[in-house]
Design a protein around this ligand. Structure first.
Ligand SMILES: [Zn+2]
Ligand SMILES: [Zn+2]
Length: 243
């Protein structure tokens, strides 16, 4: 499969120095996608057609509420509702005309599968999935083609455990065997080195609550408990419904 490079966002995200480069990027991807569907694009007929046919998953419908762009959400939800009602109206008539027993059951099955299909697919999930692929591809390519990025990435905080899987899978797809061997060894060493750092940080945090350490410095470990959990779960994944 061919992927586009997205060099600038990946380099900028690395400079933020968070626990996972991909989580930083996916938080941005989520925010951009929500803003897109709650922005001027709702006036665009192409967007309205795609919203009517595909819609959003429950997680992302709820995120659209949280965005508090009342007029945009009113427009989007109104057209989605009209499309749903149009289909349901035909099914309502067919159910009414159906025979008691098997006939009614068949019509109800049709309604259930239609309602299920209305919940299937999500424009925001699709946008985020394609951005994750482009970003993992760019990260792998930059570690090969850009020596400065390579040094900064392999001396940084690395990735969460979830995105480590995604990046390894991309590396396997796009690198030759030699480059894949080198890259996967370097990546796993980086991830492990950062788990060791977090282990020390969260250990110190647990000790800091003991009375003998009341006057000892925090050494930047005040939020180690949160960072270690985010390292396990991948914070960026919480914004995606295909968790
Ligand atoms: Zn991550
Ligand atoms: Zn979604």
């Amino acid at each position: 499969m061919k992927y586009e490079l997205e060099t600038i966002p990946v380099i900028d995200a690395l400079e933020k120095g968070e626990e996972c480069l991909m989580c930083t990027l996916m938080k941005e991807a989520h925010s951009d996608a929500i803003s897109y569907y709650m922005g001027s694009s709702v006036m665009n007929s192409e967007t309205r057609v795609s919203v009517n046919t595909t819609g959003f998953c429950p997680t992302h419908w709820n995120d659209l509420i949280e965005k508090r762009s009342a007029q945009s959400l009113a427009l989007v939800s109104h057209t989605f509702l009209q499309t749903t009602m149009k289909e349901l109206e035909h099914m309502k008539k067919s159910l009414y005309k159906s025979k008691i027993g098997k006939g009614a059951e068949k019509e109800v099955d049709k309604i259930s599968s239609f309602l299920h299909q209305r919940e299937t697919g999500c424009l925001i999930c699709t946008k985020m999935e394609s951005r994750l692929l482009r970003y993992t591809y760019t990260l792998v390519k930059l570690t090969i083609d850009n020596p400065e990025f390579k040094v900064n990435f392999f001396h940084g905080k690395g990735l969460c455990l979830k995105h480590t899987q995604d990046v390894l899978s991309m590396a396997k797809e796009v690198l030759d065997k030699n480059a894949f061997y080198t890259f996967s060894n370097e990546l796993i060493s980086l991830v492990y080195k950062n788990l060791e750092r977090l282990e020390k940080e969260v250990w110190w945090m647990s000790q800091k609550y003991k009375s003998e350490h009341i006057d000892s410095p925090w050494n930047g470990c005040e939020d180690a408990h949160q960072r270690v959990v985010k390292k396990f779960i991948g914070e960026g994944r919480l914004f995606s419904s295909s968790k």
